[in-house]
Design a protein around this ligand. Structure first.
Ligand SMILES: C=C1C[C@]23C[C@H]1CC[C@H]2[C@]1(C)CCC[C@@](C)(C(=O)O)[C@H]1[C@@H]3C(=O)O
Ligand SMILES: O=C(O)CCC(=O)C(=O)O
Ligand SMILES: [Fe+2]
Length: 370
């Protein structure tokens, strides 16, 4: 049965407050044996701690050592920690407090922001409208962020319009938080540009007017955590992800065929390269598989900012990153087409970018220039 038919016929609902107590896990949530988690055996992934303040100080020695560290991580797997990032800890605390406030509301209230079938934004409990198997053990609240001056209140007005006056303060907090995420993403883009030898301005300017996605994740506790996954294995189709996880832990990254654990650190953001940035670097920086496991002790929450280019930007690597040793790997594309592909044509899995490129090739006369 296709997921569309499934959605029309059997829209069952994941109510976190009920499911977290249930020891009988519905079949739709049970992952195949070869994809089931085994978090007790996951070694820690040692990722560099990138000092953003140090890089921004402009001290040539600090800049070059930081650029070298980030390059090694991005060539290998694309994950690193960002410390000394300058984001106010009070704002981080407020963001977590407000996220809790939302997820602890009764389901009926959360559904006021319901993410409709085929739409990208709103509240989704376990994607039961989109998929019929390997369902994620999570609920998400996703909203659009735009760095355009004319959209300076976009987050605030979204919450005021969908959830009403009670969410005015919530909207203000997440407007501020998303602005901060956009700003640090642009600083990271400067660092990534320097590390790739294209200079600090190239990628910063590319993403300056970003049109991005902000998401709050709630992973309720689960009585049988070894049967399910909070977020299944995937590579982010977006450009750069800036994640803040609470102190529970559950993020895992697949490196050399082994799932590795990234322990929570409230002082740090976990940053990773997504498929769109991998294409922008002509495959030099990797977008790597990761997932989130759940547990039976404590619910887990995370905040994810997915940096995306503005809709009219052509994703095409700079000439400096193309050579006879490293010819063009991906055709030109625009982010909205890849986004639409992930939402309508394809279930995001291990090889989204390759599948998208094949789909592009079959749907138009694909040209790889330069
Ligand atoms: C553009 C997006 C689609 C997803 C949310 C953002 C960036 C990452 C994507 C996602 C998280 C990748 C894993 C699968 C997914 C379905 C999820 O588990 O949430 C993806 C998001 C989505 O399609 O809603
Ligand atoms: O919650 C997490 O730790 C990771 C979530 C994730 O990978 C995603 O939302 O893309
Ligand atoms: Fe992800």
């Amino acid at each position: 049965m296709s997921s569309a038919n499934y959605a029309e016929q059997k829209p069952f609902v994941f109510d976190a407050s009920i499911f977290q107590k249930q020891s009988n896990i519905p079949q739709e949530f049970i992952w195949p044996d070869d994809e089931k988690p085994n978090p007790e055996s996951s070694p820690v992934l040692h990722v560099p701690r990138i000092d953003l303040k140090g890089f921004l100080s402009g001290d040539p020695l600090v800049v070059s050592t930081t650029a070298e560290l980030v390059k090694q991580a991005c060539v290998e797997h694309g994950f690193f920690l960002l410390v000394n990032h300058g984001v106010d800890f009070e704002l981080l605390k407020l963001a977590h407090k407000n996220m809790e406030f939302f997820f602890e509301k009764p389901l009926q209230e959360k559904l006021k922001a319901d993410r409709k079938y085929g739409e990208s934004f709103g509240y989704a409990s376990s994607f039961t409208k989109r998929f019929s198997s390997k369902l994620p053990w999570k609920e998400t609240l996703t909203f659009r962020y735009s760095a355009d001056q004319k959209d300076s209140n976009i987050v605030e007005s979204y919450f005021l319009n969908t959830l009403g006056e009670e969410f005015q303060e919530f909207g203000k907090v997440f407007q501020k938080y998303s602005d901060a995420m956009s700003n640090i993403s642009l600083s990271v883009m400067e660092l990534l540009g320097v590390s790739l030898g294209v200079g600090p301005k190239y990628f910063r300017e590319f993403f300056e007017e970003n049109d991005s996605v902000m998401r709050l994740n709630n992973y309720p506790l689960c009585q049988k955590p070894d049967l399910v996954l909070g977020t299944g294995p995937h590579r982010d189709p977006t450009s750069l992800t800036v994640l803040h996880q609470d102190d529970v832990g559950g993020l895992e990254v697949l490196v050399n065929g082994i799932w590795h654990f990234i322990p929570p650190d409230p002082q740090a953001f976990v940053v990773n390269v997504g498929d769109t940035f991998m294409a922008l670097t002509n495959g030099i920086y990797k977008s790597c598989f990761h997932r989130a496991v759940v547990n039976s002790r404590s619910p887990r929450r995370s905040l994810a900012f997915f940096l995306c280019p503005k809709e009219d930007k052509v994703v095409k690597p700079p000439n400096e990153l193309i050579s006879s040793d490293n010819p063009r790997l991906y055709p030109d594309f625009k982010w909205p087409d890849l986004h639409e592909f992930t939402q309508k044509c394809y279930r995001v899995d291990m090889n989204t970018l390759d599948a998208f490129v094949k789909w592009l090739g079959s749907s138009q006369n694909m040209a790889i220039s330069a």
